[in-house]
Ligand binder design. Structure first.
Ligand code: 1HE
Length: 268
């Protein structure tokens, strides 16, 4: 049975630790602009399935080279000449990978740069926080390539930017970047150094209690899939468990005895 990240034998994703508890996972096919071939998708599934069990408290997802991810490996797709059922099954593997990220309960912060396009945007949109730098640009070029999204964009990208913007991106090849990308919801931060910012955010998230992060990074997504009535019930159940966890008592005591920091406006 696989016990450690080393046992996974990843070839297209490099792993590193930032301190004790933040795992840095780097897409490592820069020569192919980190295009997602079938093998890389399997590696993402293996990695994000194991994460909750190896004690990583947060993950930064980054990429080698100048581009975060060019999406589906179009050369592999062309070479394989897939039948509809082959590609449908491949899409189910993409969904498995991205669902493991979104619903796995461990915060995933994407440090973006260059092209975040097609399936690369689908990957980024499965992260819990997206940090862009000035080189980052977002697009869904499937429309122009004679393709359609298959890695969850119809759910996650539409959720981020809304149906009308997603349709515009696919019909016309519209590219979003800079402040406009933040304004439409594709990224939450725009900075000079997206990796440094993502690491800061990951360290901050890693300082939360793991059960609290589990709820934040799985329950909110699950509740979006429920009716309002069921979501309210599920929220009460999750809060019942999280808000009574013994590990939270010290934090509550610190607030009560006035040693905990207060919430203040950002001084900058
Ligand atoms: C690739 C891929 C790829 C690059 N699959 N090999 N995605 C797209 O339509 C994006 C396609 N890629 C691009 O538009 C550009 O490559 C980039 C803007 C990302 C980067 O441009 P550039 O000038 O730096 O690189 P390049 O010269 O285009 O490519 C360098 C190498 O990466 C080259 O390989 P080489 O062996 O000839 O050196 C390219 O073939 C390779 N490469 N992108 C395979 N995508 C589940 S459905 C999801 C649907 C989709 O994601 S559709 C794909 C959308």
């Amino acid at each position: 049975m696989i016990q450690t990240l080393d046992d996974l034998g990843l070839k297209n994703i490099a792993l590193d630790m930032d301190g004790e508890s933040v795992l840095v996972a780097r897409l490592d096919r820069a020569a192919k602009r980190n295009a997602l071939d079938a093998g890389t998708i399997e590696e993402l599934i293996a990695l994000f399935s194991l994460l909750p069990r190896v004690g990583a408290r947060a993950v930064v997802l980054t990429a080698a080279g100048d581009h975060f991810c060019a999406g589906l490996d179009l050369v592999e797709h062309h070479r394989e000449d897939r039948r509809p059922e082959d590609f449908m099954h491949l899409c189910l593997r993409w969904h498995e990978a991205f669902n493991k990220m979104e619903y796995g309960g461990v915060p995933v912060i994407a440090a973006l740069k260059g092209a975040v396009v097609g399936g690369g945007l689908e990957l980024a949109s499965a992260a819990h926080i997206r940090v862009a730098d000035r080189s980052t640009y977002f697009a869904l070029p499937e429309g122009q390539r004679g393709l359609f999204t298959g890695g969850g964009a119809t759910i996650r990208v539409a959720d981020l930017v809304g149906k009308a913007r997603m349709i515009d991106m696919m019909l016309t090849g519209r590219v979003y970047q800079g402040d406009e990308a933040v304004a439409v919801g594709l990224a939450q931060y725009l900075v000079d150094d997206s990796l440094a910012k993502a690491l800061d955010l990951a360290q901050a998230a890693a300082a939360n209690l793991p059960l609290t992060n589990f709820a934040i990074c799985s329950a909110i997504s699950h509740m979006q899939n429920m009716s309002a009535l069921d979501a309210a019930y599920a929220e009460a159940v999750v809060a019942g468990v999280v808000n009574t966890q013994p590990d939270a008592r010290a934090r509550l005591a610190a607030f009560a005895d006035k040693t905990a920091p207060r919430v203040r406006p950002d001084p900058s």
